[in-house]
Design a protein around this ligand. Structure first.
Ligand code: F6P
Length: 550
């Protein structure tokens, strides 16, 4: 159904008028005027605490955003998603990653079928398999236990399991080293294979479609490498001990030659970037064990329940979605920086890049109309604190663009270097304070008191910080499987809320197709399998240089 244009809605227009004043506000003053601001503009659920008080907004802003959410039918669309309606309109698919983390007792309906039983049948198989690899009962073809797992996948079939395995390294099995090969660049495969022994390595070929060119090439290379040393007469039995697959495309797995007993299926109603909860999470179960994998799912489910039932003003994903929308739409912030103050979350920004940008990087509405008068998904980027502080925070503090930042931290560390943790948290909180407060020219003058007056005035503009730069802070007690699950689900639902407001389909990704098609053509030309086509002069020139180098 065609929605009215976002900018024509009453609440959008009220927000636009309101924003004209809000742009002039100074957060310093908002804090000074309201001693309860932190209490009023913070919320807690599923083990996560969200402080969104350091944003350029007030109670009226939130009221108008809430009205906009009602006018755009965000809660209605949320309920449709949970109910299994086919809200991915261009692929005619349901969006039910939430069903992957629902307890066994919770029936999820799709086309009149209860899919919970299918989900739990696969989870049971993941448990059996991961238990046996972890215990050492599963043996390689020469009778040795597995020591290394190589996950071959890309995009959602790589970023999720890789990010989670790194984040939960405290819980990892000491015998199992995890490796992730995603890039078609042979250096990636070369680096992984140089570190593993074929007799004790398990390969997971992870691909929702089982057609992704990079993954297929890497899978074939890994198989050829493995077969070089496996006894030719029992190659098939050897492969069965070392290759498993995760996909929705069971036929393609069979064609590849993987033992049907070693296939872990999932379903087309799970988007690639929402698939870490499915069998795509197999590396996680292998690394940390099924119990902790289950805790990850339970943490996400707790966030699902919160998102589904909490009123908007207490609803973390709704709040993050609305505040982010406000920053993007009315304060014209083109990017959002993710700053986990936790080394083990160092792949979280990369994970969120796919989650957010592949979901909301769209320029037509759900009905296919070109969006011309408002902006959609922001650029997502970032790195762990404190490293980012010594690299790009300069631009965030004093550059001409305003970039909202999400600070993420655990209150308690999983190590015993307590001084480090106090220093880490101090930096995290100090940065959000500095972004909010800035430093006025008078404060700089006070700092420089004693120096010659003309020297002070020369330095004042350079040492002044405008401040008034928005940030959220998300805190958890410890980084555990459950809090990590809740954190990922929080961002999934934030992306949902913003997609609903912008009226885009957050669940397709047609934008990646054109490059794939052109790469196939050029690959054939580079390999001499096709005559060089007429490209533009730049592409022709680049191809010619590559051919000359062979
Ligand atoms: O090309 C983009 C994409 O389709 C992502 O959406 C997906 O996560 C990734 O490629 C990998 O796809 P697959 O799991 O089917 O190999």
């Amino acid at each position: 159904m065609r929605q009215p244009l976002l900018t024509s809605t009453t609440s959008y227009q009220s927000l636009r008028n309101h924003a004209a004043q809000a742009r002039e506000w100074q957060m310093r003053e908002l804090f000074a005027q309201d001693p309860q601001r932190f209490e009023r503009l913070s919320a807690e659920a599923a083990g996560l605490f969200l402080d969104y008080s350091k944003n350029r907004l007030d109670g009226r802003t939130l009221e108008l955003l809430k009205q906009l959410a009602a006018e755009r039918g965000v809660e209605r669309l949320r309920d449709a998603m949970f109910a299994g309606e086919k809200i991915n309109l261009t692929e005619n698919r349901a969006v039910l990653h939430t069903a992957l983390r629902a307890p066994r007792t919770r029936a999820f309906e799709l086309d009149g079928q209860n899919i919970t039983a299918d989900v739990h049948a696969v989870l049971d198989r993941i448990k059996t398999f991961s238990d046996s690899v972890r215990s050492g009962a599963w043996l390689g073809h020469t009778g040795k236990p597995i020591t290394d797992v190589v996950n071959i996948g890309i995009g959602g079939s790589d970023l999720g399991p890789k990010m989670v395995c790194l984040a939960l390294r405290q819980f990892a099995h000491p015998r199992l080293a995890m490796h992730f090969v995603s890039n078609v660049d042979g250096h990636d495969m070369d680096a992984a294979l140089s570190r593993v022994d074929p007799e004790t390595t398990l390969f997971i070929i992870a691909s929702k479609t089982f057609t992704t060119a990079e993954t297929m090439m890497n899978a074939n290379t890994a198989r050829a490498w493995f077969l070089q040393q496996a006894p030719a007469q029992s190659a098939e039995q050897a492969l069965a001990k070392h290759f498993v697959a995760v996909s929705t495309n069971v036929e393609a797995i069979k064609t590849f030659g993987i033992d049907p007993a070693n296939m872990f299926p999932f379903w087309d109603w799970v988007g690639g970037r929402y698939s870490v909860w499915s069998a795509i999470g197999l590396p996680v179960a292998l690394s940390v064990g099924f119990g902790y994998f289950n805790d990850l799912l339970a943490g996400a489910h707790a966030m699902d329940e919160h998102f589904r039932t909490a009123p908007i003003e207490q609803n973390l994903p709704m709040i993050m979605g609305l505040v982010g929308f406000w920053n993007r739409e009315f304060l014209r912030c083109a990017s959002v920086s993710i700053a986990p103050y936790h080394q083990d979350l160092n792949r979280f920004p990369a994970y969120l890049q796919q989650l957010d940008m592949e979901s909301n990087g769209k320029r037509v509405t759900r009905a296919g109309d070109t969006i011309t008068d408002y902006d959609t998904g922001p650029v997502i980027w970032g790195d762990v604190g404190t490293n980012g502080q010594h690299a790009y925070f300069q631009l965030l503090h004093q550059g001409t663009d305003v970039t909202p930042i999400d600070f993420i931290a655990a209150l308690r560390p999983a190590h015993e270097f307590h001084k480090h943790h106090a220093a880490l948290l101090a930096n995290c909180f100090a940065q959000s304070e500095a972004f909010m407060k800035g430093k006025t020219a008078d404060e700089v003058r006070q700092d420089l008191a004693g120096q010659p007056a003309d020297e002070i005035e020369r330095l004042v503009p350079h040492k002044t910080f405008p401040g008034n730069r928005p940030s959220n802070t998300i805190l958890m007690e410890y980084l555990t499987p459950a809090t990590l699950g809740a954190l990922i689900a929080l961002y999934e639902h934030k992306v949902f809320v913003q997609g609903a407001l912008w009226d885009v389909n957050s669940y397709d990704q047609w934008g990646v197709e054109l490059g794939k098609v052109l790469a196939k053509k050029i690959e054939a030309e580079l390999n001499g399998e096709a005559r060089p086509a007429q490209h533009d002069s730049s592409t022709n020139g680049l191809i010619a240089r590559a051919k000359a180098a062979v």
